[in-house]
Ligand binder design. Structure first.
Ligand SMILES: Cc1cc2nc3c(=O)[nH]c(=O)nc-3n(C[C@H](O)[C@H](O)[C@H](O)COP(=O)(O)OP(=O)(O)OC[C@H]3O[C@@H](n4cnc5c(N)ncnc54)[C@H](O)[C@@H]3O)c2cc1C
Length: 296
């Protein structure tokens, strides 16, 4: 296990804001699973599993957290094919873009809707990332997790997932996703490529995909009532505060204009949430993970 002191969250997240954690623990092999609880106890601070950092709003200052990064889990392979289903295993640290390229190259269909999501497999499974009507967890056959100091496999039927959330037990135990096995189907490479390209250009035309952001900051209160539309109607499209702004292209994307900070981001989000509540009666729930978490 490699350790680093005071890693900067601004340097590890796509929103590029946030202060320093106490430490960062980079897991290098499976032996580190056993060593982890002892190191966390010795260091103190709340553990936060970090993937690609594309859905995290880290608070400013010295943060009482320890980052845990299962970076070595990079395997990506076709396991077997049974009755028209092809099972693909991906480690938590595999990027979603690598997984989707692999699927396209091998003519494997199921995940095309997830193109353009800049996360890792582990973070995307933990968030049940989704777009264009595809949720990642709906395509899972099983996952491997580390929880309560042991490695466990959980079959799809026992995974409790919802809109941008995943639980692995009714007790809501903490866990690290180590790998996911996806159940996919064979399809033409050309068809998959066209589908992915279409989705990607659709995204690019409606979202500020190259800006410093963490994607959508609020969940949609109802499928037919997107948070972006409510924010737009409440006058928050393009609204700025302290170096942060709601994107003029997509009102639910909070952007760091270069000199933003978490205090400004959270203040702007609070103002927006209050305006939407007063005007439309919807209480917007945060989709981005605030680290350390806030009580809403
Ligand atoms: C431009 C842009 C576009 C986006 N578009 C979409 C979209 O279309 N749909 C969508 O759903 N999201 C979207 N997102 C948000 C984000 O990319 C996804 O939520 C992504 O799945 C997060 O993965 P990550 O590896 O970056 O996770 P992180 O941001 O690193 O972590 C997110 C959460 O998952 C936890 N976590 C991370 N790794 C693990 C693990 N191995 N085990 C357990 N918990 C873990 C973290 O503790 C944290 O709570 C977008 C973001 C950006 C910047």
């Amino acid at each position: 296990m490699r350790e680093a002191a005071r890693p900067s969250l601004a340097g590890l997240t796509t929103l590029r804001i946030g202060g320093n954690a106490i430490a960062e623990l980079l897991l290098e092999d499976t032996d580190d699973f056993e060593k982890l609880p002892e190191r966390l106890r010795a260091i103190g601070g709340a553990p936060v599993v970090l993937g690609a950092g594309s859905n995290i709003l880290a608070q400013d200052g010295e943060l009482p957290i320890v980052l845990v990064r299962p970076c070595f889990l990079q395997q990506l392979e076709i396991l077997r094919e049974i009755n028209g289903k092809v099972f693909v295993r991906a480690g938590a640290a595999v990027s979603m873009s690598r997984l989707l390229r692999f699927c396209m190259k091998n003519g494997l269909s199921g995940l095309e809707g997830l193109v353009g999501i800049p996360g890792s497999v582990g973070g995307s499974v933990a968030m049940n990332a989704g777009s264009f009507g595809t949720e990642i967890c709906a395509n899972i056959e099983r996952i491997k997790i580390l929880s309560n100091n042991s490695v466990k496999e959980i079959l799809a039927e026992n995974i409790l997932y919802g809109y941008r959330s995943l639980r692995v037990s009714k007790e809501n135990l903490d866990f690290i996703v180590l790998e996911a096995t996806f159940s996919l189907t064979n399809a033409s490479i050309d068809g998959i490529r066209k589908h992915m390209c279409h989705n990607f250009f659709e995204k690019k035309s409606k979202q500020p995909v190259t800006a410093w952001s963490a994607g959508c900051v609020f969940k949609n209160p109802l499928p037919e009532m997107p948070a972006g539309k409510l924010l737009d109607l409440a006058g928050f499209r393009g609204k700025k505060m302290g170096g942060m702004a709601f994107s003029p292209l997509h009102a639910n994307f909070l952007i760091n204009e270069g000199n933003g900070c978490a205090t400004a981001a959270l203040d702007l989000m609070h103002e927006a949430r209050e305006a939407v509540r007063r005007r439309f009666g919807f209480v917007l729930e945060t989709e981005v993970r605030v680290v350390p978490c806030l009580s809403q």
